[in-house]
Every structure is written in C-alpha cells, then in structure tokens.
Design a binder for this molecule. Structure first.
Ligand SMILES: Nc1ncnc2c1ncn2[C@@H]1O[C@H](COP(=O)(O)OP(=O)(O)OP(=O)(O)O)[C@@H](O)[C@H]1O
Ligand SMILES: [Mg+2]
Length: 494
C-alpha cells in the first residue's frame, strides 16, 4: 500500500496541458524527488494533491483510501502538509502562534499553553525553533523549520516540499536533510522538488521525472545517474559549459571605489568595497548570503544610496544616480528576486517593453503592434515557453526568469549585474543563462556575477572576489581558485 497514489491526473490551463494523465506513487517512509524542467508541471501536481487546484481528472488514494481533496483543509485532514517557497507565516506573530493559528477550536488558549505544546512538538520531532520568537526576526532557514513543524503539528504523515533548498545556504541544506532523514525513519513520507541533481542523489530514495506534463519515468536512486536524469528531463545527456582558459580582457570600464553603506539601523553593511570590472570579463562575487550582496546590488542599481565612495562607468560618475539614469547609462541588471522588477498582472509583452516605454510610444500612444513584435523576437531568442499575451504570473519560475533576463540584455548593456541568475532554474535553463552571460562577456560587456553557487562562480568567472561581512576579502584569478580556498575565504577564515 502506498502513502499516496495519484492516478490519471490531468490539468489544463487555457491551452497549456500542465499535467497530462500523470501517475505518481509515494511509498511509505521514502523521500521521493519530483524532477523536471521549468514548466514541466511539478508544482501543479503538488497543488492538486494539497487541494489548491482542482484537476480536470484525477483519482487520489492516501494510505489506500480514495480521497477527495478540494481544499488544503481536506488535504491536512487526510494527513498531507505542504511547505511552499513563499512562506505563509504571519511575520508579526510568534512562532508558537503561527504554528497553532487556526488549528485549535477551543475558544481561548493561553500563550503559555501554546508555547508549551509547540515546545513539546519541537522536541518530539527534533525540529529546533524557539516558540516565543517573532517570525519576522527569523532567518529564511528558521522560517522554513517553522513551516515544517506547523505541518507536523497538524499530524502530517506526508510532507510536500516545493524547492525547499532554493532559499537555503549550504549549511542550512545539511540541517534540513538531517531532519528529513530522521523524520522519515519515524514514519513520515516526503515529496521533494528540486532542480539540483546532486541534492536529489544525496537524499532521495526514488525519483519521478516530468516532462511537458507527462511522467517520463520513476527510478530508484541506485539505478540511475545524474546524466540519465538530465536526459529524462530534457532528452539529452550532455550539460555543462566549456570556458576557454585565460583571456585577454579589455580596459577597466566599471569602477567601484571605497563604497560604504550604513543601513537605517546604523549598521555598516558595506565597508569600503573596491573593485574594477574590465570589458570582456566576468568578475564573480562569491559569498554566503547575507554578507552584503543584496546591499551591493541595490547601491549599484540606484535603489540604495551609499554613505561614501564612488561608482563610475566609462568615467561617468553614477554614485548617486537614480535607477533609470543608471540603466540608461548602460548598466543592465537581473534582480535576485524575480518577482521584483516584474509585474505579474501585466503580459509578457508588456513586461518586456517596460523599461523602454518611450521606444514603444508614438504620439503619446503605446504602439501595441511593436510591443508584440518585440515580444515575439525575445520569446524566440530566449526560448521562453509562453505567448506574448500571457500574464507574467502564470509563467513557471524559470520562464519568468528568462523574461527578466531578456529585458536586461536586449539593450546591450556595457555592464551586466547578475544576482543569483540561475536560482530556481532547471539544468537546461541554467546552462542557457550561463551561456548567455558568457556571450555577453564575449561581445565585450563587463559582467558582475553575484552567486551563492560556488560551481557557478568557478565555471564562469575570470576573476573572483569574496565578500564577507560587507567587505571584499580578496580578489583572485579564477585559475588560482578552488572550492576549498573560496570556502575558507567565505567563512572569513583567511
Ligand atoms: N494558475 C495558472 N494559470 C495558468 N497557467 C498556469 C498556472 N499555474 C501553472 N500554469 C502553467 O502550467 C505549466 C506548469 O507549471 P508548473 O508551475 O507546474 O511548473 P513547474 O514544473 O513547477 O516549474 P518550475 O520548475 O519553473 O517551478 C506552466 O506552463 C505554467 O505556465
Ligand atoms: Mg514549480
């Protein structure tokens, strides 16, 4: 008997068949990965299991019993919990209040009672949280633990995790995996969505691959390899990019000197940051998240004002310039959070025209025909799976990311600031974005690549800077960099 059996799941959105007669079985006490390209239908399938979407056709069995799940409430009653990427916690309440919220029917429960019962659950499941902390004070990793505990507190026997590691730093990923392995031993069954094949191979028992809404296969970890999984996802085996060794880079085009920022709380979050970017080079910035990367990109794109220091592009001072001025001067940017800088309710075509509206305006009127033409061109060039008139929010994460990248690169910027450009992308899309960054470099642009993914930094950069507690700890040529050396620098050890 399976923990979950989903049979003949079909779900259509407009003319997209997101799930096409999907069969999926979760064994008891296994960690089962769902893999597939962006837009393959993973989230849709899980939203059906959790009662957030209604399938056009479906049969769902939990512990052998046929169930109807028309709402998350019914899913929870059937023993299913889901941790999504966008957390659903209330930031101004405590951990204990969030966990208990909406669960007990008693008219009044005292704060002490709530905290004691959450503490008990925390010990029982070995998920460490402080019941009395306010959620808004917690890190992303801690919030995720609260979400997991919330599901377990509601007696979830089946836990769905949609890309849980995309927002975690490596140490937090290790903690999560340890918890999951322990919970599985004591009875939990887990569905785990990830684009990272090494994680899937590290923690999962079986793997189901989706492609264009259909299942391409279910395999045991022992019987497969990362190459085979990639092949099942996209129909080819070879991935990876070959970067030529040393290159002749051009002159310095972008120069950042002694840049410091003091945040509203009075903390110095960037300390005398100095680096140059040459034409035709990729300067990687490695670091554990939260060490000043977000502040650095915000200052460089005009969203945050520096306290001191300077930024120049081709000799032009941009230190205190507004975002539009910076972008017009030739600085292109792909934001860390793809929801920022894009408007979900506008169409793909409108989003692609957003930054250059004057180009698409004629006698004060928007030229919709040209906006459409422009969109068709970039949809084809960037292989975006969408039509120009689709609302952006209906796109899968990876396709949304491609829209944003297309918009940043279509103006042929002198300098590209790429923050976490492949976060949440499947192997194919990741390779695509990396190749795009390399081709930007090859046409002579300077690229500043901020990434927490060391493999990405090592495979793309010509030089690598390490940022730690708001300081650049050193800049080394890629040829001298190893994961170990960077890891030590990132931890502030040298
Ligand atoms: N609410 C919706 N309205 C319209 N289309 C949708 C909706 N939700 C999903 N889709 C479409 O269904 C398809 C599958 O999307 P889904 O989010 O399930 O993909 P995914 O495998 O989770 O991708 P990713 O890895 O990018 O998260 C996509 O083409 C997407 O655009
Ligand atoms: Mg998804």
């Amino acid at each position: 008997m399976y923990a979950v059996e989903m049979q003949g799941i079909t779900k259509q959105f407009g003319n997209v068949l997101a799930n096409n007669n999907v069969h999926f079985c979760l064994e008891k006490q296994e960690i089962h990965a769902l893999l597939g390209e962006n837009g393959a239908g993973k989230t849709t399938l899980m939203r059906i299991l959790y009662g957030l979407y209604r399938a056009d056709a479906s049969e769902i069995f939990i512990d052998g019993q046929k169930v109807e799940v028309n709402s998350p409430k019914q899913a929870i009653q059937a023993g299913v919990g889901m941790v999504t990427q966008h957390f659903t916690l209330v930031p101004t309440l405590t951990v204990a209040e969030n966990i208990v919220l909406g669960y007990h029917n008693k008219a009044t429960v005292s704060k002490n009672e709530i905290e004691a019962s959450v503490k008990e659950a925390s010990e029982k499941y070995g998920i460490h949280v402080d019941p009395a902390s306010l959620v808004r004070q917690l890190s992303v990793g801690e919030r995720q633990r609260v979400e997991i505990l919330k599901a377990l507190y509601r007696n979830a026997r089946i836990l769905i995790m949609d890309e849980p590691t995309a927002v975690l730093v490596p140490q937090e990923v290790d903690v999560l995996f340890e918890s999951l392995l322990r919970l599985v031993k004591s009875g939990l069954s887990v569905i785990f969505i990830s684009h990272k094949l090494n994680e899937v191979m590290a923690v999962c028992d079986r793997i189901t691959v989706l492609r264009d809404g259909r299942v391409t296969g279910t395999v045991r970890k022992e019987d497969t390899t990362q190459q085979q999984l990639a092949n099942m996802m996209v129909g080819r085996e070879t991935f990876g990019i070959n970067r030529q060794g040393t290159r002749d880079t051009g002159q310095v085009i972008y120069s950042v000197k002694d840049l410091s920022v003091i945040n509203p709380q009075g903390l110095k979050v960037l300390k005398e940051v100095t680096f140059d970017v040459h034409a035709g080079e990729i300067l990687g910035v490695a670091g554990v998240s939260g060490n000043g990367q977000s502040e650095l990109t915000e200052v460089l794109t005009g969203l945050l004002k520096p306290t001191s220091g300077s930024v120049t592009l081709d000799g032009k001072d941009l230190t205190h310039a507004e975002p539009a001025e910076i972008s017009n001067a030739g600085v292109g940017r792909t934001p860390e959070d793809r929801h920022e800088g894009s408007i979900g309710d506008l169409t793909v075509a409108e989003n692609l025209a957003l930054e250059e509206l004057d180009k698409f305006t004629h006698n004060g009127m928007l030229d919709n025909a040209r906006i459409l033409e422009n969109a068709k061109k970039y949809i084809a060039e960037f292989q975006i799976k969408a039509s120009p008139n689709d609302r952006l929010r209906t796109l899968s994460g990876g396709n949304m990311q491609k829209v944003i990248l297309a918009r940043a690169l279509c103006r042929r910027p002198r300098v590209v600031i790429a923050s976490q450009p492949t976060r949440g992308l499947d192997v194919g899309a990741t390779e695509y974005v990396r190749k795009k960054l390399l081709s930007e470099r090859d046409r002579g642009a300077g690229v500043l690549l901020l990434s927490e993914d060391l493999d990405e930094i090592l495979s793309l950069s010509d030089r690598i800077a390490v940022i730690y507690e708001g300081c650049i700890r050193g800049i080394i040529p890629a040829a001298e960099a190893t994961a170990e050396k960077l890891g030590l620098m990132m931890a502030g050890a040298c």
